[in-house]
Ligand binder design. Sequence first.
Ligand SMILES: *Cc1c(COP(=O)(O)O)cnc(C)c1O
Length: 373
Amino acid sequence: MPRPLEALIHLDALQHNLARARECAPDARIWAVIKANGYGHGVKRVFEGLRAADGFALLDIAEAQKLRDLDWRGPILLLEGVFDARDLEWCSRLGLWHVVHNDDQIDWLAQHKTEWPHRVFLKMNTGMNRLGFKPHAFRNAWARLSALHQVEEVSLITHFSDADSPRGIAHQAEVFHTHTADLSGERSLCNSAATLRHAHDAAIRGDWVRPGVMLYGASPDYPEHDAHHWRLQPAMTLRSKLIGIQHLQAGDTVGYGSRYTARHDLRIGVVACGYADGYPRHAPDGTPVLVDGVRVPIVGRVSMDMITVDLSAVPSAGMGSEVTLWGRGPTVQGQTTELQIDDVAQHCGTIGYELMCALSQRVPVQVIDVHHP
Ligand SMILES: *Cc1c(COP(=O)(O)O)cnc(C)c1O
C-alpha cells in the first residue's frame, strides 16, 4: 500500500469558485490566474476545472505551452510580460498576450519581426512600486506601443497593493483613472480581493478581472472574511492517516528538540505528512488538524515525513483514522467537515496562498470531479 498521504483536487470547487468570480464581476471577462503551477494544484488539473474562464493568466511560456498542448485556443496573458527579445517569438508562435511594464519590452517589440500583431496590456505603476510605468510616463509608452505595427491592441492594466486591507484601492484607482481617462483600450485592475470587495463598482471592475486565490477556495482577506463568508469552496484537500499511536505520561516529550512536554497522560497520533510534503515546518503547537473530522492540535515539531497530534478530543481515533491537513474532511454524523487552509496558514504565520503553492512533488494527486470523494 502506498503511503496514505494524498492531495485531492476538486473540480466542482474550481467551477463553483469561477462562477463566484462571475457573480462578483458580471459583465467583465475573467483571466483565471494559474501562475505557480495553478497555485500548486497543477496546470492541467486546474484547466479541467476552469475551462469556462475567458482566458488564463500566468508567468511562464512553458506553462502557456502546456495550455496550448491541452488545446486551449483562447487568450493567454503573460503577467510579467517577456523576459527577453526572443520570448516574443514564442508569443507570436503561441499567440500569447503579454504585459508591457518597461521600456526594454517596447524596444524589443519594435525590433520584433512578426506577421501576427500582438495584444499587449500596458501596466501602470499606481503605487505598488513593483512593475509598471509611472503615471507621468504612461501616456508616452501608450503612444509608442500604439504606433507599432507589431501591436494590434493596447489594453491598460494595474495592480492593487491593498485590496485586501483597510487602506483599500481608492488612491490607486484614482491615479489610474486620472491618467487613462482619454486613452482607448480595455481595462484590468482587480485581483481576487478587489474582485470580491470592489468589483460591484463598474469603474473598478473594468473589462477583465484577474482572480487567482479565490478560484482555489481560499480567502484573500482572511481573517477579516473567511472562505465561507465569500462562499468559496476549497479546491485542494490534503489528507492522510494515522500511522502510529503513542501513549505519553506526564513529563514525556514528543519529537525533535522535545518541543512539547505532556502535562498529563495523553494519546498522540502520528500522521504521515511532513515538511517534505509541503506542510509548513514552522507550524507551532496548536496548529489545527482534523482527525476523523474532529479538530485537534499539533504537538511537537513537524518533521520531514511526520507530524504528531494530541488525540484527547477524539478518543475513538486509532491506527488508520483519517486525517485532514486542510480542505474537505470526512462526513461525520451527516455533517461535512472542513479545515480552511487559511486557518492553518494563520497559525503558521503565513497565508493560504503559500501553503497551496508549496505542495510538494512527492504527494500523489487525485482529481475528483464530483462532490464528496
Ligand atoms: C497573482 C496575480 C493576480 C492574482 O492575485 P490573487 O490575489 O491570487 O487573486 C492578479 N494580478 C496579477 C498581476 C498577479 O500577479
